[in-house]
Design a protein around this ligand. Structure first.
Ligand SMILES: [Zn+2]
Ligand SMILES: [Zn+2]
Length: 384
């Protein structure tokens, strides 16, 4: 049997090493090499460079022909760390502010446990994906033939959650995290002297009206039964103190759980932008992009994941999350291909995710690694 205390010490060292050397999406060269070297040392078959910097480790035991995947993310954020720990980021302006250092260390810990102890029948794919934060890494791996080259029938992943107690796991079936769309609306008119507004077609008053009109998409165009968010986040003009702007850019972010809602938001936004622009005698150009798809958990596999969490933790530490979240997660792309389940693991009373003072809590490491292991032993049970 594995010495779990020793494994915890090792995972803590790995996590802190990764934390000190954060890398932005698709630049995870050192991290990927770190992961590949560890997986090889545990005896796994390793493939590197999948979808850029992605790594896939494969471990087979017994004669079963079923395969499941476990996924971790490796990328950091362009945030300047305010932490003062000995292992704080050595890369100015980049830090692990989402705990992907912890996710990577936990999946490595699970690989070591399973390679050493077995206790399952079939094949496990350990997927370490790049670029989760901008929602590009999962697609890059899938486009690189991930499932064709390393087949699996279902997939599991987890994310740490500040505010949820350490040692607690929760998730829900159906929609868990939302789709994310981004938009940019450019208003073009004719700039001019601040003293002579009538002589031009300035864009700032039109932009202000448009920002307010966009608020009616959710309040007046979507069904109250649907969840949607339309957030204008930036308004930028080319004006100056005594010159009216001929150009205004409005940027923002939308969330939804159903593709029909995302489509309705885009359609209404285009209609409102054109109509408002016309009313103010300026021109509008709308660019609308879809960044993340919504994350939908498989009901049967949610039961399995919660049962796996109960295998390693007290019953009362495992729960069903009440509400879907309007944050987004790249893991959803894998769930478009195969059924699976994404769970949240307590990070205790830490700073929020994406905060410059955030730090993954090393007390969680063993919980995550043992959860992964329990999922494998349930889904690839010996003697099935
Ligand atoms: Zn994040
Ligand atoms: Zn994250």
């Amino acid at each position: 049997m594995t010495d779990l205390k020793e494994l915890h010490r090792e995972m803590t060292a790995w996590r802190r090493d990764l934390h000190a050397h954060p890398e932005f999406g698709f630049e995870e060269k050192r991290t990927a090499a770190f992961v590949a070297e560890k997986l090889r040392a545990f005896g796994l078959e390793v493939a590197e460079g999948i979808g850029g910097t992605g790594v896939v480790g494969t471990l087979t035991r017994g004669s079963g022909n079923r395969a499941i995947a476990l996924r971790a993310d490796m990328d950091a954020l362009r945030i300047a760390e305010q932490g003062t720990t000995a292992y704080r980021s050595q890369t100015p302006g980049t830090m692990h502010a989402c705990g992907h250092d912890g996710h990577t260390a936990m999946l490595l810990g699970a690989a070591k446990l399973l390679a050493g102890e077995g206790g399952f029948d079939g094949t496990v794919r350990f997927i370490f994906q790049p670029a989760e934060e901008w929602g590009r890494g999962a697609l890059a791996m899938l486009d690189d033939g991930l499932i064709e080259r390393f087949p699996f029938e279902e997939i599991f992943g987890l994310h740490n959650m500040p505010g949820l107690p350490i040692g607690h796991f929760e998730t829900r079936s159906g929609p868990v995290m939302s789709a994310e769309d981004n938009f940019e609306i450019v208003l073009k008119g004719l700039g001019g002297h601040a003293a002579r507004p009538h002589a031009g077609r300035e864009t700032l008053v039109a932009a202000c009206a448009l920002v307010l009109n966009l608020q009616t998409i959710v309040s007046r165009r979507l069904s109250p039964a649907d969840i949607g968010v339309v957030s204008v986040t930036e308004l930028i003009t080319d004006g100056t103190r005594n010159a009216l702007p001929g150009l205004a850019r409005i940027l923002g972010d939308c969330r939804s759980f159903r593709p029909e809602v995302s489509a309705a938001i885009e359609k209404e936004m285009r209609r409102i932008a054109e109509g408002t622009a016309q009313a103010y005698n300026v021109a509008a150009q709308v660019t609308y992009t879809r960044e993340f798809v919504s994350l939908i958990n498989d009901a049967a596999l949610v039961d399995e994941a919660l049962a796996a969490a109960r295998d390693v933790l007290a019953d009362e530490a495992v729960g069903v999350a009440a509400e879907p979240m309007t944050a987004s997660e790249d893991f959803a792309r894998f769930l478009n291909e195969v059924p699976g389940c994404f769970v949240f693991m307590g990070n205790g009373n830490s700073a929020p995710l994406h905060n410059p003072s955030y730090d993954f809590n090393d007390e969680c490491l063993l919980h995550g690694a043992r959860f992964h292991t329990a999922v494998v032993r349930r889904r690839l049970a010996v003697g099935d």
